[in-house]
Design a protein around this ligand. Structure first.
Ligand code: ADP
Length: 269
């Protein structure tokens, strides 16, 4: 895929989101992107089939981004056509009292994918260094330690056969305004509008600073971050589907070998 804006920041490099244009579309337009998306989705279906059959690898897709950045839309569009038996989507909300009585990764670990499965996290443990940090829900010393906890946790998953992909859906503040206005206007989207989202929007710069730290400090070889230009939904879908296909191709998966002697079997009438 031609891409003159890096998608994956170099490990160890300090991420500055100002260097990443949210409206970047490379050489694509809506129509050419749709063609590649369609072929990616067809390939993805085949790859998921082998992933499920081989029962060796697991895949974890983490989606993070500001409100209206397209986390739900990504799941709808990119996972379209995938066999539901092999996918599990978890949306992480404000933690319950029981969850808060445990370490912050307790509720996360229960939803990591088993062999053969793709798990999608709509928000994730990154909320614990994003909203929790910006809203000062715990002291600084607590959230500061979490970057290392996250890296160690993701390392454990990777060492256990989980391929981790983390996507930050990067939208501009202006594009968020447009999308929130649309939510207010359209009856079928209005249910998604939460007045609290405006409070988060007011702290946009604080959130961007928190994202920059998470993208810098948790961009590891075993759990890479991708900064997805997400102002154009069609480009966002193209990018994520391409990364997924390329990553799954590299796993070099095989169907399990069949039982011996099947060629002699005749199915009785
Ligand atoms: P959506 O993801 O569609 O916005 P909600 O409107 O239910 O879904 O939002 C979930 C909310 O839960 C978000 O405001 C998010 O910041 C919050 N949240 C998720 N994880 C945590 C956490 N660990 N601590 C505090 N708030 C969290």
């Amino acid at each position: 895929m031609p891409h003159s804006q890096p998608l994956h920041p170099t490990n160890g490099e300090r991420v500055r989101l100002a260097d990443y244009a949210p409206d970047f579309v490379g050489t694509y337009n809506k129509q050419s992107a749709q063609e590649v998306l369609d072929s990616n989705l067809a390939r993805l279906r085949e790859l998921q089939n082998v992933l499920y059959a081989e029962h060796k690898h697991a895949v974890l897709i983490i989606l993070q981004g500001m409100d209206a950045s397209g986390k739900d839309g990504t799941i709808r569009h990119v996972m379209r056509g995938i066999n539901p038996q092999g996918v599990q989507v978890t949306s992480f909300k404000v933690p319950t009292a029981e969850e808060l009585d445990h370490d912050f990764l307790w509720r996360i670990h229960q939803h990591t994918p088993g062999r053969g499965m793709i798990a999608i996290f709509n928000r994730s443990h990154y909320e614990d260094v994003l909203v929790v940090r910006v809203e000062e829900l715990v002291p600084r010393s607590v959230w500061e330690a979490r970057y290392e906890h996250i890296n160690a946790f993701e390392r454990l998953l990777a060492d256990s056969g989980v391929t981790i992909l983390k996507f930050f859906l990067h939208i501009s503040k202006a594009e968020q305004k447009k999308r929130l206005e649309e939510r207010l206007r359209l009856p079928e989207k209005r249910w998604k509008f939460a007045v609290g989202d405006l409070h988060v929007r007011q702290k946009w710069n604080d959130y961007m600073a928190a994202y920059e730290d998470a993208l810098t400090r948790c961009n590891t070889p075993w759990a890479p971050w991708y900064i997805v230009p997400a102002d154009r939904k069609w480009y966002r879908n193209l990018v994520i589907s391409s990364v997924l296909v390329e990553t799954l191709e590299r796993l070099d998966m095989r169907y399990p070998s069949a039982e011996p002697g099947l060629e002699r079997i005749i199915i009785p009438d």
